[in-house]
Design a protein. Structure first.
Length: 568
């Protein structure tokens, strides 16, 4: 196919240019093809026009078929072309006459997309008016092939026609002598020199001259299987004419420069978008650092909240000690010795409830204070976000709903932590052992007192003198001992219980602190989730820009490769 290299380079350049325009559209860059770019595109996409002229039966149609590589023109010994026939690509084979002026011939041929063949009628059929009727066609032609029959290359009609053409046509003109396979080899150099001399005399210019045989090139005569050297030389010359067309290469270079300029403009735009994303990422990181600092500050400040719990713990220790003192009264102790001793369990349950309620109340107050702090901080974030275009943040009401849920979770966490921490104090086991020892002592004294009373009753029933009185005195002694033991052991137990509770205050608070700090971390993690909209937006923007950058790199490499191909 003639112009294969040019067509390949042109197709790639047009594809790259279209891809760059598409990338410009995706990056919201306004671009319209105007001025030099529009002109360059028109020149590049304009098909080459090869016009073939000569006298009747000079072999013009055969030459077109041989050069194109397939039959597109009717060939006969009789004239077949009465008007100019323009052969070009079309979806189906058809001819469209344009009155008696010219005929448009469509062929489903890929090679005719970039190269049109114009088959002109015989020069001698139009006489002196041929140059006038065909001048517009010849002026638009990239190559004018003047065909001579080897038997009569000096026909006056052809040379008069050529002499009337402007000198500007000469640079695109080439002489082709047809049917040279019928000439003697010795005559060909003479014929060649004769045409050159005649051209110099008649038109003042010597175009390239090729001696060819279309019949041999087409292989019509099967006894002549060797390639026609003249036709190969002509094809090579036409190939260079197409591939090295200065006008089109200048247009392609102009388009390449325009495409590269647009590509650099896209690079600036994408770079600006990347900088905007990095700026917003820095802003988001600044907000996250602020929330982290707020968390650390809150963890330290919440020592006051734990201090309030410590005070409440001290109060509850005093209240539990008084409750224990009440339950250790002599009458109640005697009754429990009969009904069963459950003081330790009940005190632990009561203490768990009171301390849990205290921890929940303190945590609730602290959480409410944190929400108000977060609301104040969020208002500053919104004020700053309004100054950053492209950054969207959710309203405070949405964030507050998340924090209220986190608040409930924090209270539940601290409730479970308080119950667990009370159990870790291990005062229940200590109290059980002390009560067991106390009850054993009280049981002994009470048993002795009851035995004394029984003796007194029996002696009184037998009317024994003095014995009942002595037994009652002994019973009174044991009763006094029972009372003293109950009071003394009760005081000791209450003091030891209170001391043990107070000593466990640090352990209780330390056990709570880990859960409290972890709960605060979860609370602020939920608060930081309010920035999720910004993170998601930045993630989408980064993901959207990555293909642009990759596509830009690919197109830059492609257009640089085109530049190398276009460098002669």
């Amino acid at each position: 196919m003639l112009g294969k290299n040019f067509v390949s380079t042109r197709s790639r350049l047009l594809e790259i240019h279209a891809n760059i325009k598409n990338l410009a559209k995706q990056t919201l860059i306004s671009y319209e093809e105007q001025g030099d770019v529009a002109t360059s595109l028109e020149i590049i996409q304009r098909p080459f026009l090869f016009s073939v002229c000569g006298e009747i039966n000079a072999g013009k149609s055969s030459l077109i078929n041989a050069l194109h590589g397939r039959a597109v023109c009717r060939v006969s010994d009789l004239p077949q072309t009465s008007v100019p026939h323009l052969h070009l690509a079309g979806p189906v084979r058809k001819e469209i006459p344009h009155g008696d002026q010219w005929c448009e011939c469509h062929w489903p041929d890929e090679g005719l997309h970039h190269l049109h063949w114009l088959d002109l009628p015989g020069i001698d059929a139009f006489g002196k008016h041929a140059d006038v009727r065909w001048r517009s066609w010849l002026e638009a032609s990239d190559v004018i092939l003047v065909v001579f029959a080897y038997r009569n290359p000096w026909s006056a009609a052809t040379w008069d026609f050529l002499a009337k053409l402007p000198e500007t046509f000469h640079r695109n003109m080439v002489f082709v002598v047809q049917s040279c396979d019928q000439a003697e080899d010795a005559d060909l150099p003479v014929l060649l020199n004769h045409i050159r001399d005649l051209a110099q005399k008649r038109i003042g210019h010597q175009p390239p001259v090729f001696l060819v045989s279309a019949r041999r090139a087409l292989g019509v005569n099967h006894t002549m299987r060797a390639a026609d050297p003249g036709m190969e030389e002509l094809k090579s010359w036409l190939q260079q004419k197409v591939d090295l067309c200065p006008e089109r290469w200048r247009a392609m270079e102009s388009l390449r420069r325009a495409a590269l300029a647009l590509l650099y403009q896209i690079d600036d735009k994408v770079d600006g978008l990347n900088r905007a994303v990095l700026r917003d990422v820095g802003f988001l990181e600044e907000l996250e650092r602020e929330i982290e600092a707020l968390l650390q500050h809150t963890v330290h400040q919440q020592a006051m909240g734990l201090g309030a719990i410590a005070d409440e713990y001290g109060k509850q220790a005093g209240m539990m000690s008084r409750t224990l003192h009440t339950r250790l009264g002599l009458i109640r102790s005697v009754v429990r010795m009969i009904t069963g001793e459950h003081t330790a369990q009940k005190l632990e349950i009561l203490m768990q409830k009171r301390l849990t309620d205290a921890v929940k109340s303190a945590t609730d107050r602290n959480a409410e204070m944190l929400i108000r702090q977060c609301e104040s901080h969020w208002s500053t974030i919104i004020a700053r976000v309004e100054q950053w275009p492209g950054v969207v943040i959710m309203p405070w009401t949405t964030t507050e709903i998340r924090l209220q849920t986190a608040r409930k979770q924090l209270i539940e966490r601290m409730e479970h932590a308080a119950m667990r921490s009370v159990g870790q104090l291990r005062v229940r086991g200590l109290l059980i052992d002390a009560l067991r020892q106390r009850n054993a002592g009280l049981s002994m004294w009470m048993t002795l007192m009851l035995l004394s009373l029984i003796v007194a009753g029996i002696a009184g029933g037998l009317y024994l003198p003095w014995i009942p009185m002595i037994a009652l005195c002994i019973a009174g002694f044991f009763s006094m001992g029972l009372t003293i033991l109950a009071m003394r052991t009760a005081k000791d137990m209450v003091d030891e219980y209170r001391e043990r509770l107070l000593r466990g205050a640090d352990q209780f608070l330390s056990s709570l602190r880990g859960d409290y700090e972890e709960g605060l971390t979860c609370f602020f993690r939920e608060y930081a989730q309010g920035l999720h909209g910004i993170r998601e937006s930045l993630s989408h923007r980064e993901s959207a820009l990555e293909p642009y950058s990759q596509r830009w790199n690919d197109l830059f490499l492609e257009i640089k490769a085109i530049e190398q191909e276009m460098t002669f």
